[in-house]
Design a protein around this ligand. Structure first.
Ligand code: ADP
Length: 631
C-alpha cells in the first residue's frame, strides 16, 4: 500500500489513540474529582444535619417543660374559671424567650384554649387540631412531633407536643402543650453554601430546600393512599406537591448518586447527591453538589493528556522522521557504495582486460619484433649475399669485357714475342727490343685491368667514412673504360672542382654507381650517338648525384617496378633484375634516396640524394684517407 493511502488510516489511528488516552484520563480525573466532591459533600452534609438537629433539639423539651408548669395545669383543671388571658401572656412571654414561632395549649378535645398569638387575627385560639398527629400522640400520653404547614399561617413548621397531666388525674392527659418552630432561618443559612440542600420526608416530599422553588415538590409520584393520608393530617394543606423533576443518572454507592432535573431552576445541571437519614425526625437530608469542579478536572485532565499525547506523537513523529531520514541516508550511502563498488569492479575488470590485451599485444609485438629482427637479419644476410651475387653477376658481365680486353693484348704480346724471337734469331737486336718494349707496355695495361677486378671483389666495410663522390665516379668510369671506348660513348662530367663529400661506405657507393652506369650503357646499346652525363650537385645539406643517358628511357608502366627485386626486361644471362633493388637498398642504408625519371628529350635519369658531409678532414681518420683514391 502506498504511503499516501496510509495517511488517512494513520490519522484515524492517531485520533483513536487520542481518544484512548483522553478517555481513561478523564475517567480517572472524574473518579478522583467525584471522590473529592463526595468527601466534601459528606462533610457539608454532616454539618448541615448537625445544624438542623441542633436547631430542632433545642426546642424539643419545651412542651414538656411548659406542661409541667402549674399555671397551665391549674388552667386546665377548670378552664372556664380562669381567665385565658394570663395564660396567653405567659405563653407569649415564653415564646419570646425560647425564640419559637408559636406556643399553644389544646384541651383534651384538641380545641385551642390559649395561644401565644392570641392577639393576632389568625390566632389559633378556638381552632381544633384533632387531625394533627401531635395531638393524637400527646393525648395518648406520648410526646408528639409533627411537621407540616400551619393550618392558619400555611407556614412550614415543626411541632413538638407533650401531654399535660393534672396532678390528681393520671388516667388521661387533660390537654396538650404544643410548640411550633419555624425552619426558614435554617434554609436561609443554607443559601450561603455552594450546594443545594433538601430535607425530604418519608413520602419523598421536599419539606425544606435551599432552592425555594423546590419546596413542597415530590421526589417520587405519590400513591393514592399516601395522598389520602396527607389530606387526613392536613400536613401540606392543599399544596399540589408537583414532581420535582429530579432524575437519577448514575448510582454511586449506598447513599450517593448523580442526579439532574428535568425542569425547574436546576434544570439540566448535574449534581452529586449525598443522602443522610435523620430517623428521629422521619426525614432524610440530601445535599446536591454541582459537578462543575469535576467537569473542570475532566477538562484539565483531557487537556493535559491531550497535550502529553500531542508531545508524545510529535516526539514519535520527529523520531520516526529522523529514523526514516537516517535509513534513507544509509540507503543512499549503501547504493552509492554499491555503485562505486560496481564502478570499481568494472574498472578493475576493464583494467584487467586492457592489461591482458596489452600483455597480449605486447607479446605479439615482441614476437613481431623478434620475427622482424630475424627477418631483418635474414634480409641483411640475403642482401649481402645478393649484393655479392650481383657483384658476381656484374663480374660475369665484366669478365666478357675483360676477356676481350685481355685477349687482344695477349694476342698482341704473343705476336710481339714471336716477332722479338724472330728478330733475335736474325740478330736484329734493336727491332727485337722494340717489340719487347711493346710487350712491356701491353702487360702494364693488362695489370691495370686485373687491378680493377681486384677492386671490385672487395667486400664492403661496416664503417661509414667521408667519401668523395667524384673519385667514386672516376673509379666506375675506369672500370668501364674499355667498353666506353668500344661503344663510342661520350661521357660528360658535370661536377665542381672541389671534391664533394658524402658520408658513405666507399665500396657500396662505387657499386651503386657502377650499376647505374652499367644499366645506362646497356640501355644505350642501340643508341646512335650514346651520351652519358654524370652530375654532382650540392643543395644545402644534400648532395645530388645524377646518371643520365640518352637511351630509350623506361616505359612509364615499368617506372614504378624497376626497383623491385628480379624485375628485368633483359634476356636471361644478361640481367638478374637485382641491380636497382640492391642499389636503392644501399642508398636507403646510407640515409639517402634513389629515384628514376624519363627525360622529355628522351633517355633516363637516375638520381641519388645523400646527406652532405661538410668537414671530412676534421672527422676523418687518416687511415681511411688512402681509400679515396684508386691510384
Ligand atoms: P637488370 O639490369 O639486371 O635488368 P636492374 O635492376 O639493374 O636489373 O634494372 C632493371 C630494369 O630497369 C632493367 O631490366 C631495365 O629494363 C630498366 N633500366 C635500368 N636502367 C635503365 C636505363 N638507364 N634506361 C632504360 N631502362 C633501364
Amino acid at each position: 500500500m502506498s504511503r499516501r493511502a496510509l495517511r488517512p488510516i494513520l490519522a484515524l489511528l492517531l485520533l483513536l489513540g487520542l481518544a484512548l488516552v483522553i478517555w481513561p484520563a478523564t475517567q480517572v480525573a472524574r473518579e478522583q474529582a467525584l471522590s473529592r466532591l463526595h468527601d466534601e459533600a459528606d462533610n457539608e452534609l454532616r454539618l448541615s444535619v448537625a445544624g438542623l438537629r441542633g436547631h430542632l433539639s433545642r426546642h424539643e423539651y419545651l412542651p414538656q417543660l411548659l406542661a409541667s408548669r402549674e399555671p397551665v395545669q391549674r388552667f386546665l383543671e377548670a378552664p372556664s374559671r380562669h381567665s385565658a388571658q394570663s395564660l396567653n401572656l405567659l405563653l407569649d412571654g415564653f415564646r419570646a424567650i425560647a425564640d419559637v414561632s408559636d406556643v399553644y395549649l389544646l384541651d383534651r378535645h384538641a380545641d385551642t384554649l390559649a395561644a401565644s398569638n392570641w392577639h393576632r387575627p389568625d390566632t389559633f385560639i378556638g381552632q381544633n387540631y384533632t387531625f394533627r398527629s401531635y395531638y393524637s400522640d400527646a393525648i395518648a400520653g406520648r410526646e408528639g412531633r409533627f411537621y407540616g404547614l400551619g393550618v392558619q399561617s400555611l407556614e412550614r413548621g415543626y411541632y413538638f407536643s407533650a401531654p399535660v397531666w393534672l396532678p390528681d388525674d393520671e388516667r388521661e392527659p387533660a390537654g396538650v402543650m404544643v410548640v411550633k418552630v419555624l425552619l426558614d432561618a435554617q434554609e436561609a443559612a443554607w443559601a450561603e453554601q455552594q450546594a443545594e440542600l433538601l430535607v425530604v420526608d418519608g413520602q419523598g416530599i421536599i419539606f425544606m430546600a435551599s432552592q425555594p422553588e423546590l419546596r413542597l415538590a415530590a421526589l417520587k409520584p405519590l400513591s393514592d393512599a399516601e395522598r389520602r393520608d396527607l389530606l387526613a393530617t392536613r400536613r401540606y394543606a392543599d399544596e399540589s406537591l408537583a414532581p420535582s423533576g429530579l432524575r437519577r443518572l448514575e448510582p454511586r454507592g449506598d447513599h450517593s448518586d448523580l442526579v439532574t432535573f428535568a425542569h425547574g431552576p436546576l434544570r439540566d445541571q448535574t449534581f452529586l447527591r449525598q443522602v443522610r437519614p435523620l430517623p428521629e425526625l422521619g426525614w432524610e437530608m440530601h445535599i446536591l453538589k454541582p459537578l462543575t469542579a469535576v467537569q473542570a478536572a475532566q477538562w484539565q485532565a483531557a487537556l493535559l493528556a491531550g497535550g502529553l499525547y500531542g508531545i508524545l506523537v510529535l516526539g514519535a513523529g520527529v523520531g520516526w522522521q529522523r529514523l526514516r531520514l537516517r535509513r534513507q541516508r544509509e540507503h543512499f550511502a549503501e547504493r552509492e557504495r554499491q555503485t562505486l563498488a560496481q564502478a570499481r569492479d568494472e574498472l578493475e575488470r576493464n583494467v584487467a582486460r586492457r592489461t591482458r590485451d596489452l600483455v597480449e599485444s605486447n607479446r605479439r609485438l615482441s614476437d613481431e619484433i623478434e620475427e622482424r629482427r630475424r627477418a631483418e637479419a635474414t634480409l641483411r644476410q640475403t642482401q649481402d649475399e645478393l649484393i655479392q651475387a650481383a657483384k658476381l653477376a656484374l663480374l660475369g658481365q665484366l669478365a666478357a669485357g675483360i676477356n676481350h680486353e685481355l685477349n687482344q693484348p695477349l694476342a698482341a704480346v704473343r705476336s710481339y714475342a714471336e716477332n722479338a724471337r724472330a728478330f733475335l734469331a736474325r740478330q736484329q737486336a734493336e727491332r727485337a727490343d722494340a717489340n719487347l718494349a711493346e710487350i712491356v707496355e701491353l702487360t702494364g695495361r693488362m695489370a691495370e685491368i686485373s687491378a680493377q677486378l681486384k677492386q671490385f671483389s672487395r667486400k664492403s666495410g661496416e664503417q661509414l667514412t667521408s667519401v668523395s663522390v667524384g673519385d667514386c665516379f672516376g673509379y666506375a668510369l675506369r672500370l668501364y673504360r674499355a667498353r666506353l671506348d668500344q661503344d663510342g660513348v661520350r661521357v660528360e662530367r658535370r661536377w665542381p672542382e672541389a671534391p664533394v663529400w658524402v658520408r658513405a661506405d666507399l665500396v657500396r657507393l662505387e657499386q651503386v654507381l657502377v650499376n647505374l652506369i652499367g644499366n645506362a650503357l646497356q640501355a644505350m646499346a642501340q643508341t646512335p650517338s650514346p651520351r652519358l652525363i654524370l652530375g654532382i650537385d650540392t643543395l644545402d645539406d644534400e648532395v645530388r648525384i645524377e646518371v643520365t643517358d640518352n637511351g630509350p628511357g623506361i616505359p612509364e608502366s615499368q617506372l614504378s617496378r624497376i626497383f623491385e627485386p628480379f624485375f628485368t626486361t633483359k634476356s636471361p644471362g644478361t640481367g638478374l633484375g637485382l641491380g636497382l633493388s640492391i642499389s636503392s637498398r644501399i642508398i636507403a642504408d646510407l640515409s639517402g634516396r634513389l629515384g628514376a625519371e624519363n627525360l622529355p628529350e628522351g633517355g633516363a635519369r637516375f638520381t641519388i640524394r645523400l646527406p652532405r658531409d661538410r668537414s671530412p678532414e676534421a672527422s676523418e681518420p687518416p687511415s681511411t684517407q688512402e681509400r679515396h683514391s684508386h691510384g
